[in-house]
Design a protein around this ligand. Structure first.
Ligand SMILES: *[C@@H]1O[C@H](CO)[C@@H](O)[C@H](O)[C@H]1NC(C)=O
Length: 506
C-alpha cells in the first residue's frame, strides 16, 4: 500500500477514536506528547498493548509482565492474581508506555537517605496494596509505604534545564503523610540535591515536616517539589488558596515553562480540573528558580535526593514534552473520570466478623498449639488450650474492629485491655493504647486474605502491605517475604504468616 493511504488511514482512525483516546493520545493531539507514561492500572494510549508492569513473586523469585486486557484497556489483574496465588508479589518495574524506555525501577540510595534493602535501595511496593476497579474491572495501583521508591536515572526525552514540561498523576487522596516526599516527576540524575531548581515534580501530602509548603485546611495538598522546597505557589511557605485535596482519587497536575508554572487538581472520579495556582517562579528574576536546572530523571514515591519517608498511592501518571494547554489537561481529566476509578475490597479470603472475639492459632508445623497472645505490650505466641487460666485465655483473644486507619480493613482490640490495639512499631507487633493519632490508626490497621499456606488467614499491614503478621522466634512481627531483617527470612514464611482464626477463648 502506498504511503499516502497509510497516513490517511491513520488520521481517520485518530479522529474516529478521539472520544475514547487515552491520556497520551490527548496530549499528542494537543502538541505536547508524553515522553514518559506510567500506570499499573491501564494503558495510557488508545492502542497500547505492551507491558504495564512487572511482578516478582516470593515463592521462586520468578518475574511476570502484566499487560492490558485489550489495546488501550485495563490491566489484566486476574493474571496477577493467578501468578501470585499462595505467595507474595512485588512490583519490580513500572514500564514506560511512551516508547522511550523511561521505565521506573527500584530506587537506589541518595544523598538524603539510604533505603533499607541491599546496597541501600528502597523497598519495592507490594502488588496487592492498592486494589481498585476501572469501569468495573479489577486492577492494582502502586501503594508506596515509607522507604518505598522507584526511579529512572537514565531518562530519554524528559525536560532538562528550563525546558517546558507537563505532568499529571492520579493518587489516593486518603493515603499520605508529613514526610519528605511523595513525588512523581522530574528529578536529579545523581540522586543528590545539588541545589535549588534542580527538580520539578508533583508532590502530594501534608508538607515535608519543615513547616514550609502548605495550603488551606489540613491537607493533603498538591504542591511542586522544585528542590529545596515544596511550593504551594511562588511563596515558599503558604498558599491560603491552595485547597485540601482529600477525595478518594485525586488528579494532580504540575507544569512548568520559563518563569511560568501552574498547579492544577481535581477529583479523579468526577468534575473538572481546577487551576489551583498559576504564576511566576519563586524568588523573582534574580532567583535560582528563574532559570530552572531540571535534570530529567524520573522519581516515584521519594524526593530527588531519595528522601524516602513519605507514603502515598499512585495509579497512573505521565510527563510531557512542552507545556500542555489547560484545554488538553481538561480533556485528560475527562478521560480519567470516564475510566471510572473506584475503590475495591482490601480484604479477600475468609471474612472476619466485626465485633466478634477471635483467637489466632499458629499453623507452622510443630508450633500449631500456640496462639497469638499479648504479654503486657509485647505480642508473642504461647500454648493456649481449654485448660489455660482465664487470664491467658483473655490475652489470647481480640475483638475484631473496623480498621482505625482504613475502614475497609480491620483492627484488633485486646479483650482484657479495652482501648488497647495490636499495632506495629519498628516492625514489631505490640499492644498499645489508642492515642487517636493518624500514625497509631494506620499502624493498627490490617487487611486479611486467605492464609498463604492454604490455612486460615494471613493478616497484612495496611500501611506496609508487603508485611504480614508473623511469629518468629516466638515474637510477633510484620514481616516481608525476603527482606532486610532476620524476621523477613523466607524459610517457613508462608506457614509463619498463616493463622487459623476461630472464636476467641474469652
Ligand atoms: C529514546 O526514545 C526514542 C523515541 O523517541 C527511541 O527511538 C529510542 O530508542 C529511545 N532511546 C533509548 C535508549 O531507549
Amino acid at each position: 500500500m502506498p504511503a499516502p493511504s497509510k497516513i490517511a488511514m491513520g488520521v481517520a482512525a485518530t479522529v474516529g477514536t478521539l472520544v475514547s483516546a487515552g491520556p497520551c493520545d490527548i496530549y499528542a493531539a494537543g502538541g505536547t506528547p508524553c515522553v514518559a507514561a506510567h500506570s499499573t492500572t491501564r494503558a495510557l494510549y488508545d492502542r497500547y498493548t505492551g507491558s504495564l508492569y512487572q511482578l516478582k513473586r516470593g515463592s521462586d523469585d520468578q518475574r511476570r509482565d502484566i499487560f492490558p486486557l485489550t489495546a488501550g484497556g485495563v490491566a489484566d489483574a486476574a493474571s496477577q492474581d493467578k501468578f501470585c496465588a499462595g505467595t507474595t508479589c512485588l512490583i519490580t518495574v513500572i514500564y514506560d508506555q511512551s516508547g522511550r524506555s523511561n521505565d521506573l525501577t527500584q530506587a537506589p540510595p541518595g544523598g538524603a537517605a539510604h533505603g533499607p534493602e541491599i546496597d541501600g535501595y528502597d523497598y519495592l511496593a507490594s502488588a496487592v496494596g492498592a486494589p481498585v476497579t476501572l469501569n468495573g474491572q479489577k486492577a492494582y495501583g502502586v501503594f508506596s509505604s515509607p522507604f518505598t521508591g522507584y526511579r529512572n536515572d537514565r531518562p530519554n526525552g524528559t525536560a532538562i534545564n528550563d525546558e517546558s514540561e507537563g505532568m499529571y498523576a492520579v493518587f489516593d487522596g486518603t493515603h499520605f503523610n508529613t514526610a519528605c516526599c511523595f513525588d512523581y516527576g522530574n528529578a536529579e540524575i545523581h540522586n543528590d540535591d545539588p541545589g535549588n531548581a534542580h527538580m520539578e515534580a508533583i508532590y502530594f501530602g501534608t508538607g515535608d515536616g519543615s513547616g514550609r509548603g502548605s495550603g488551606a485546611g489540613s491537607g493533603p495538598w498538591i504542591m511542586a517539589d522544585l528542590e529545596n522546597g515544596l511550593f504551594p505557589s511562588e511563596d515558599h511557605i503558604h498558599n491560603p488558596n491552595l485547597p485540601t485535596m482529600n477525595s478518594r482519587f485525586v488528579t494532580a497536575v504540575v507544569k512548568g515553562e520559563h518563569n511560568h508554572w501552574a498547579i492544577r487538581g481535581g477529583n479523579g472520579q468526577q468534575g473538572p480540573l481546577n487551576t489551583l495556582f498559576d504564576g511566576v517562579r519563586p524568588d523573582g528574576p534574580n532567583g535560582e528558580y528563574f532559570k530552572m536546572k531540571k535534570e530529567g530523571a524520573i522519581i516515584l514515591g521519594i524526593g530527588g535526593d531519595n528522601s524516602n519517608g513519605a507514603q502515598g498511592t499512585f495509579y497512573e501518571g505521565v510527563m510531557t514534552s512542552g507545556y500542555p494547554t489547560d484545554d488538553t489537561e481538561n480533556k485528560v481529566q475527562a478521560n480519567i473520570v470516564a475510566a471510572k476509578y473506584a475503590p475495591a475490597n482490601l480484604n479477600s479470603g475468609p471474612g472476619l466478623q466485626i465485633g466478634s472475639s477471635v483467637s489466632l492459632r499458629v499453623t507452622t508445623p510443630g508450633y500449631s498449639d500456640r496462639y497469638i497472645v499479648h504479654d503486657s505490650d509485647t505480642v508473642d505466641t504461647q500454648v493456649v488450650n481449654s485448660n489455660s487460666d482465664y487470664g491467658l485465655k483473655q490475652r489470647a483473644s481480640f475483638h475484631v474492629r473496623q480498621g482505625l486507619g482504613n475502614g475497609g480493613c480491620y483492627s484488633f482490640e485486646s479483650v482484657d485491655s479495652p482501648g488497647q490495639f495490636v499495632r506495629h512499631s519498628n516492625y514489631k507487633l505490640v499492644l498499645n493504647q489508642n492515642d487517636n493519632s493518624k500514625i497509631f490508626h494506620e499502624d493498627a490497621t490490617f487487611c486479611s486474605q486467605a492464609g498463604l499456606n492454604g490455612q486460615g488467614n494471613s493478616i497484612r499491614s495496611w500501611s506496609y502491605p508487603t508485611r504480614y503478621w508473623r511469629h518468629f522466634g516466638g515474637i510477633g512481627y510484620i514481616a516481608s517475604n525476603g527482606g532486610p531483617h532476620d524476621f523477613d527470612n523466607k524459610g517457613f514464611f508462608n506457614d509463619d504468616v498463616s493463622f487459623v482464626v476461630s472464636t476467641g477463648f474469652a
